[in-house]
Design a protein around this ligand. Structure first.
Ligand code: NI
Length: 249
């Protein structure tokens, strides 16, 4: 069930069956010469939308702008600074908690978001801790590539040249969902360099075509289909386990 295609009454009915919701969260940023700018929000959205076709789970609208300051040297990147991102995650969470959601899973598609999402969780929990009360909800961060079995499948599909940015696995996922938007380019070198991540001009100088350690030329829609199928099944199990998690005394 997709929240944005539901009515308030339908969400109210859902809350009688479940108090769990998943929020796809990502980033809109350059993904090398062939990767779509939306790759990091499209991947968790594609997986979450596929998952809800087979299970009674609720998916929130995609939080599609994240912390991508280091990609601002490339046209099309849109970034929130960490403090803005953390504040926005807080208000998304508080809104969902007002309605009674007690388990909120953020399905993330961008490594650069991780530190800020964790910091946002600490900010939100701190409100309850300082007030000496229960938060009333639990938050969970799950990167789609860490869903059960997905990393193993990606390593099997791409034993070399997976890398960490504009990876063939994430590009394969978008190729499966948007075959009309598949791009091609010749990569030089075939596998991009890796190194540190600092500010945007430093990033662009180190990684001139935007890739980090990857060879996106290995991506195919068929490999993307296998990744999405497995990730969607794993997400359903993850949400089920999260829903059943016991809350101590
Ligand atoms: Ni990415």
């Amino acid at each position: 069930m997709l929240l944005h295609l539901s009515t308030w009454a339908e969400v109210g009915e859902f809350l009688k069956r479940s108090r769990t919701i998943a929020v796809p969260i990502g980033s809109n940023e350059q993904h090398g010469p062939t990767g779509l700018l939306g790759t990091d929000w499209l991947c968790p959205e594609i997986i979450a939308h596929e998952a809800q076709r087979t299970a009674d789970i609720l998916i929130a609208p995609t939080f599609n702008i994240g912390m991508a300051q280091h990609h601002l040297g490339f046209p099309g990147t849109i970034s929130l600074r960490p403090s803005t991102f953390i504040a926005a995650i807080g208000d998304w969470t508080r809104s969902l908690a007002v309605h009674g959601f007690e388990r909120i899973l953020f399905l993330n598609g961008h490594g650069g978001n991780v530190a800020s999402i964790e910091a946002a969780f600490s900010e939100i929990y701190a409100e309850a801790s300082f007030a000496k009360r229960r938060a009333g909800f639990a938050l969970k961060l799950c990167n789609w590539w860490d869903l059960n079995g997905v990393g193993e499948l990606a390593r099997e599909q791409f034993p070399t040249g997976h890398g960490i940015h504009a990876t063939p696995s994430e590009i394969a996922v978008t190729q499966w969902a948007f075959p009309d938007a598949i791009k091609s380019a010749s990569y030089t070198p075939q596998i991009a360099a890796s190194g540190p991540i600092r500010e945007a001009l430093d990033f662009r100088a180190r990684y001139p075509d935007g890739r980090m350690g990857s060879d996106p030329g290995q991506a195919t829609p068929e490999k993307g289909a296998a990744l999405v199928k497995l990730a969607a099944q794993s997400l359903v199990r993850e949400l089920d386990a999260f829903s059943r998690e016991a809350v101590p005394g």
